[in-house]
Ligand binder design. Structure first.
Ligand code: B3K
Ligand code: ZN
Length: 866
């Protein structure tokens, strides 16, 4: 296993500036002929060898400037690295012919077949599995591609850029050629060949260029593409208005495929999507799916500037494009839907997924220092914490300042491959500010803790805030202080804003902020909008939290105050449980929940989130030693007792938010009503009596949309019995049995259900005739959902851990990338009690000691055990 280090970056001696490819697709094999126009870099030695990446290729021939290279001139210096010895001309054309078998490619990296569609996935290092190439992002070339295939089975032939020619060939075959005028790194290459249906639309840019928009899928799914098309047009407009960024080609294609390792891929003008991130209809997609699809369509589109036009110099810089593009898609979704709701959802992801990663053996800075398999570093840290870091620039510099920085970034770097430092420099220079210390966010891992102490001097009318930051690095040392914005509001006793909100720029380990002329003691609203990715410590009582829940004008912090109240009660109950004492429900919490439930003036989506308990991953993060049994029991107890106290109110709110079954709507109001109604149903289901389970069953049987079916079926899956069986059978018959994406939901609901049969259920699902380990969506639905089933995945006897590891080892033989991702679910073992630690560790060791494990999965096992 070879580890690569960030500090070792060196430019190449030669670079490819033009790539010509010919794909000849046949039933059982594809021939790829390539012709690379290569130049020696100025100053590079004449006898320097030329190195090319290639993985799993059958090399048929190799020539330079038309002359076949004798085998003595080249050799595989590493398993995946071919070296041609020097001296070589200062510019030459290298031609190669290789054959590959896309039909046998189960890794879903390089050229592969998904159902009947040939497609490619090249990021991060998949292009080398298609042909020999300098497969690294700092090599930017123009591409000309010709595809030849059978006309009947592959009527649609696509690649990047504009189609320049097409026509028929002998033997029922045909061809198309494409030209992409923008130099791009190999990871953005794509080609597709298959029998696809499509929808078409157009977009007129602000400089009045007409762009053809095409979305392709298997024929039976074409009608589910309209939401994505609509989202794409919104994203295109938004980027013009917000960042002045316009689309640069005449065509933009999106293709949906069933088998895909991630969500989607931003290949230049030919985005390839996992069906789960593009197809939507009310009967098959939930409200959350609709929002996610809008966000991902936007994300991939936004990459055209942040990622494609300006790309990464090397893979360590991944957050340069991903953190920035996630930030951009988050801002877009905030503008399209509700800013507060979107922020709550995003912060939930950071806290429940990124914080644990940052607090375990897989912790890494948003710009990692080393990797073995790059695909392992497409993490919540690089993406989500990366986006929070970009958000901090935005908060520190303001909207206009941020825009100035973006403008300068494109002015300086359009068409090149750059680093995170270049981005930071553009932000600093455009605003005349010093962002030197800000680099620490790129260098240091770990979640900073900020403690706040406030003092108010009545006589002097002076408020002083003492902020202290600390952060443990994964190596166990103390991190150097970060530069971060803490957004603060000051509330008067009547709930109004006593002073205008401020952003405190915290830079020191301990720093005092003094504010004069403060007429009365304010209630502080700290870290509004989660202005920095940190854990805040500030002492306050339940009264003050209730006050903030009622009055804070920052919707995020109103929600946050409620979350704190919930967590306190659940944690106190978990402690009681461990000590063998009775669990209790805090009366103040019930009052607060009642007030929220009865407040009809609230936005219903926000009301729903305010009523939702913090998730278990999130709660586990603030337990010293995670005790899944105590935590889950305390969680269930708290939910059930709230439901018992407020049963009638919950039922009334549920009923008041039912929408007519005969007409489906998905405007913001209807979405809010469903959200609120289904949160109420969730509470009621915790009671588990016949009356409430009948309500759930009725909803499951009569639902006019996937949102309501999933909500009701999830409630029932956690309450095994007659109603549950009926609902799940109905779900399967009506929807899941002929739709891959709905089948995934049907699996996920059952795998996540906290019941005593959980392990038996997942094993049965695994053996279900429609289950196939070859489809990543199906795998994730079963394996990742089960790994989130806190009590049963973490059974103290280790049976859950063992079961999952058996599956991971099986999957690793076919699809290392997906197997490795699932293995990360065992990495957080140090946070658990001794028996669970031992069992998780034992499984990681088992993986590490298994012969023939892929480098992807091996890297996770090694890092987790380090
Ligand atoms: N850039 C791709 C992710 C590629 C992952 C490779 N293992 C999708 C995205 O972030 O937009
Ligand atoms: Zn991305």
């Amino acid at each position: 296993l070879k580890e690569k280090f960030r500090r070792d970056y060196t430019p190449t001696n030669y670079f490819v500036e033009q790539v010509n490819l010919l794909f000849q697709v046949f039933e059982d094999c594809t021939k790829v002929s390539s012709s690379l126009k290569v130049k020696r870099r100025d100053g590079a030695p004449e006898n320097a060898p030329f190195q090319l990446d290639g993985e799993g290729l059958t090399l048929q021939s190799l020539s330079i400037d038309g002359e076949t290279l004798p085998p003595s001139r080249y050799s595989w210096v590493e398993e995946d690295l071919l070296e041609i010895s020097g001296p070589l001309p200062s510019s030459f054309v290298l031609q190669s012919l290789v054959t590959t078998k896309p039909e046998e490619n189960t890794q879903l990296s390089g050229l592969y077949k998904s159902s009947s569609i040939y497609c490619t996935q090249c990021e991060a290092e998949g292009f080398r599995r298609i042909t020999l190439m300098q497969d690294r992002p700092d090599i930017m070339a123009t591409y000309e591609v010709r595809i030849e295939a059978d006309k009947e089975s592959c009527p649609v032939l696509l690649s990047n850029g504009n189609m320049t020619e097409n026509g028929d060939l002998e033997n029922g075959r045909h061809f198309a050629t494409y030209n992409d005028p923008f130099p791009k790194p190999s990871y953005l290459f794509a080609m597709v060949a298959g029998d696809l249906g499509f929808i078409r639309d157009t977009f007129v840019t602000r400089s009045e260029k007409v762009v053809a928009l095409n979305m392709y899928s298997e024929h039976n799914n074409v009608k589910k593409l309209y939401h994505a098309m609509d989202s794409l047009k919104k994203a295109m407009r938004w980027d013009e208005e917000t960042f002045g960024l316009e689309y640069d080609l005449d065509i933009f294609n999106v293709v949906a495929v069933n088998d895909f390792n991630m969500g989607a891929m931003e290949n230049k003008s030919l985005n390839i999507f996992n069906t789960s991130c593009v197809l939507a209809s009310p009967e098959t997609a939930t409200d959350a799916d609709y929002e996610r699809i809008q966000g991902i369509i936007a994300h991939e589109y936004f990459h055209n500037w942040t990622g494609n036009r300006v790309t990464c110099r090397d893979w360590f810089q991944l957050t340069l494009k991903e953190g920035l593009t996630v930030f951009r898609d988050q801002q877009f979704s905030m503008d399209m839907t509700s800013a507060a709701v979107k922020r709550i959802e995003d912060v939930n992801v950071v806290r429940s997924m990124q914080f644990p990663e940052d607090n375990g053996p897989m912790a890494h800075p948003i710009r990692p220092e080393s990797y073995i398999a790059m695909d392992n570093f497409y993490t919540v840290t690089v993406y989500r914490k990366g986006a929070e870091v970009i958000r901090m620039y935005h908060t520190l510099l303001g909207k206009e300042g941020f825009r100035k920085g973006m403008d300068l970034y494109f002015q300086r770097h359009d068409g090149s491959a750059v680093t995170c430092d270049d981005f930071r420099r553009a932000m600093a220079d455009a605003n005349g500010v010093d962002l030197t210390q800000f680099e620490r966010w790129y260098l240091q891992a770990g979640t900073p803790v900020v403690r706040c102490e406030a003092k108010y001097d009545v006589e002097a009318k002076r408020l002083s805030l003492l902020l202290k930051q600390s952060c443990r690095t994964p190596q166990g040392g103390d991190a150097l202080p970060f530069h971060m914005p803490i957004r603060v509001g000051f509330l008067a006793q009547d709930g109004s804003e006593l002073l205008p909100e401020r952003v405190l720029e915290l830079k020191e380990a301990s720093q005092e902020f003094v504010i004069e002329n403060v007429n009365s003691k304010p209630v502080l609203s700290l870290l509004r909008g989660f202005s920095a990715p940190i854990k805040l410590e500030y002492e306050r009582d339940d009264e003050e939290l209730a006050f903030l829940m009622a009055h804070d004008k920052d919707s995020f912090n109103r929600w946050e105050a409620g979350q704190l109240m919930f967590s306190r009660t659940i944690h106190a109950n978990a402690k009681a449980m461990q000590a063998g004492q009775a669990m209790q429900l805090n009366a103040k919490l019930v009052d607060a929940v009642r007030r929220t439930l009865l407040d009809t003036s609230l936005d219903k989506s926000l009301q729903a989130y305010a009523l939702t308990l913090p998730n278990l991953q999130n709660l586990a993060e603030s337990m010293e030693i995670v005790d899944p049994d105590a935590l889950v029991d305390a969680y269930k107890f708290t939910k059930k007792e709230i439901a018992r106290s407020l049963r009638d109110h919950l039922l009334k709110t549920y009923e008041a938010n039912l929408l007519p079954e005969d007409s489906f709507r998905n405007d913001a109001e209807a979405i809010g009503m469903r959200r609120l109604k289904n949160v109420c149903l969730g509470y009621l289901a915790a009671l588990g009596d016949k009356e409430v389970l009948d309500v759930c069953l009725k909803q499951a049987l009569t639902a006019n949309c996937m949102t309501d079916l999933v909500a009701a079926a999830s409630c029932l899956a956690a309450n095994p019995g007659e109603q549950s069986d009926k609902a799940l059978e109905h779900f399967y018959q009506q929807h899941a049995k002929d739709d891959n994406l709905v089948f995934c939901k049907w699996i996920a609901i059952q795998a996540a259900a906290c019941t005593d049969q959980a392990l038996e259920i997942v094993d049965k699902l695994f053996k279900h005739p429609s289950f196939t380990i070859k489809n990543p969506n199906i795998c994730r639905s079963l394996f990742i959902s089960f790994a989130g089933n806190m009590k049963h995945f973490h059974r103290a006897d280790g049976s859950g851990h063992r079961w999952l590891t058996d599956r991971i080892l099986e999957l690793d033989k076919l699809n290392p990338q997906t197997a490795a991702k699932i293995l990360t679910k065992l990495a957080g073992y140090k946070r658990f009690d001794a028996p669970r630690q031992a069992s998780m560790k034992a499984q990681l060791e088992r993986v590490r000691n298994t012969e023939g494990v892929s480098k992807d999965t091996m890297e996770i096992a090694i890092r987790a055990l380090a």
